[in-house]
Every structure is written in structure tokens, then in C-alpha cells.
Design a protein around this ligand. Structure first.
Ligand SMILES: [Zn+2]
Length: 82
């Protein structure tokens, strides 16, 4: 079932897991659930197959309705003034 090459960063084996994936597109944050991602068993780096990346792009371009919309609080980073 391994359709992934070894990890680009550490050479570890990469296994597929269905996980949430955050995507930034046109300055906004989108979340996909149950995305088949390759996950490195050593360093945890995640990899996206080109075919999967393409279907995420298609969904974002308006051909798919979101199942729900989340509100995400956004903070400005303030350094400690101690
Ligand atoms: Zn790795």
C-alpha cells in the first residue's frame, strides 16, 4: 500500500493516515477532514499526494460546499513587556 517514497527530510518510512489538513488559500484558512496524508514514522513530517492536492484545490475553487464553517479567533502577537 505504500505509495509514498521515504521521507524527504529524514529518510524514514512514510505511512498513510486520514487526518485533518489545514490549507491556506487566497489568504484564508480552510480545513479538510479525513484527508489521506503520508506521515513520516520518524519525524512526523506530512506529505500530500499530487492527486489529493489537486482535489483540495478543486474543492476550494467552489465546486464543493463546506460541511460547516468555523470561527477562528485571531490574535496579534504582543511581546512581553516585563
Ligand atoms: Zn521524516
Amino acid at each position: 500500500m505504500s505509495t509514498y517514497s521515504d521521507c524527504f527530510y529524514c529518510g524514514g518510512a512514510v505511512e498513510e493516515h486520514n487526518l485533518p489538513r489545514e490549507v491556506r488559500w487566497q489568504g484564508e484558512l480552510f480545513i479538510f477532514e479525513n484527508v489521506p496524508l503520508g506521515v513520516c514514522t520518524q519525524c512526523g513530517e506530512k506529505f500530500l499526494k499530487p492527486r489529493v492536492a489537486k482535489s483540495l484545490d478543486r474543492a476550494l475553487q467552489g465546486q464543493q460546499k463546506p460541511i460547516r464553517v468555523l470561527q477562528v479567533p485571531v490574535y496579534q502577537y504582543e511581546p512581553d513587556r516585563m
